[in-house]
Design a protein around this ligand. Structure first.
Ligand code: DAH
Length: 344
């Protein structure tokens, strides 16, 4: 029996040393030390031994068991260390590699300009309102004093969706929509930014989609001098306190009288240069006193209420502010162009 134990020990030690991983090793441990293992079996058979042999075999069995146990533990530590080393090797990080760049976005320049202009008008007591881009013929034209067949409709070539629906050609319909909501009671004091669409061929100064900001102030006793004061305050805030404005008579069907507003040229200070085409002035927006018919159609009594309105092209304000020479840059999403506006 002592010999059998000796043999078992040799076999076990051999198998332990050959175990390549923790699982195999565990197998070996269970095989030799488990309840159904050969050592347990030897111990069970001890009853048949003589009184002299019994302690000797018992001692040997314990010795063998302990040795196997110690070897299993040693091997187990070895295997664990090896596995850890392999993992460290495999998962090692090259700390000399440069980090991955996190690309930071920027506000689109048109968004930046819209938000800046909104802020100025909010400071002057206006509220920001929006309207739909798919608009009815009624709001886009009729409610603005442009009945069907009116020749001024030709000024704005439109994208019609049905006979009665179109992509709005201007933000002015928001005037009519907002006045209707107020049900004849002033004041209405709003600015409305948004996209508008016209059937234009795209070039450096035209785009079939562009942005406008509309303004409307209706109350009792609003006068032309209010129009001039508000627009002057706005222009000086946006372009700089040294800039002047000039009103020129013009025509819009929804205003009477109508004016075009120019700002003194920021490049030459009014002396005349290439940017202002030698005139010293740059046209920036259309405006006027709201036509009595427009007030009336939207539920305001023109004998009680008066108002002024204005509309401006956002791209123009962005071109002038940032010295951009082609409106198409705003819509082609070239990252090299957009990247330059991180600071605005
Ligand atoms: N809607 C006009 C256009 O797109 C711009 C405009 C002019 C708006 C005068 C106004 C205004 O509110 O009073 O050409």
């Amino acid at each position: 029996m002592i010999e059998r134990l000796q043999e078992l020990k040799q076999e076990a030690l051999q198998e332990i040393s050959e175990s390549g991983n923790v699982k195999d090793l565990d197998h070996v441990r269970v095989k030799y030390l488990g309840k159904k293992g050969p050592i347990t079996e030897v111990l069970r058979g001890m009853g048949k031994l003589s009184a002299e042999e019994r302690p000797l075999v018992g001692q040997k069995a314990n010795e063998v068991r302990e040795e196997i146990q110690t070897n299993v533990e040693k091997k187990s530590t070895e295997l664990e260390e090896k596995a850890l080393e392999e993992r460290l090797e495999k998962e090692s990080v090259d700390i000399t590699l440069p980090g991955r760049e996190i690309k930071q976005g920027a506000r689109h320049p048109l968004t930046a300009v819209v938000e800046e202009i909104e802020d100025i008008f909010i400071g002057l007591g206006f509220q920001v309102t929006e309207g739909p881009e798919v608009e009815t013929d009624y709001y886009n034209f009729e409610a603005l004093n442009l009945p069907p067949e009116h020749p001024a409709r030709d000024m704005q070539d439109s994208f019609y969706i049905t006979n009665d629906m179109l992509l709005r050609t201007q933000t002015s319909p928001v005037q009519a929509r907002t006045m209707e909501k107020h049900q004849g009671k002033g004041p209405v004091k709003i600015v409305c930014p948004g996209k508008v669409y016209r059937r234009d061929d795209d070039d450096a100064t035209h785009s079939h989609q562009f942005m406008q900001i509309e303004g409307l102030f209706v109350d009792k006793g609003v006068r032309m001098s209010d129009l001039k004061g508000v627009l002057e305050a706005f222009v000086k805030k946006y372009f700089g306190a040294e800039r002047e404005i000039r009103l020129r008579p013009s025509f819009f069907p929804f205003t009477e009288p109508s004016v075009e507003v120019d700002v003194s040229c920021g490049i030459c200070g009014g002396k005349g240069c290439r940017v202002c085409k030698q005139s010293g002035w740059i046209e920036v927006l259309g405006s006027g006193m709201v036509h009595p018919r427009v007030l009336e159609m939207s539920g305001f009594d023109p004998k009680v209420y008066s108002g002024f309105a204005f509309g401006m092209g956002v791209e123009r304000f962005a071109l002038l502010r940032y010295g951009i020479d082609d409106i198409r840059h705003f819509y082609t999403n070239d990252i090299r162009f957009l990247d330059q506006f991180k600071w605005v």
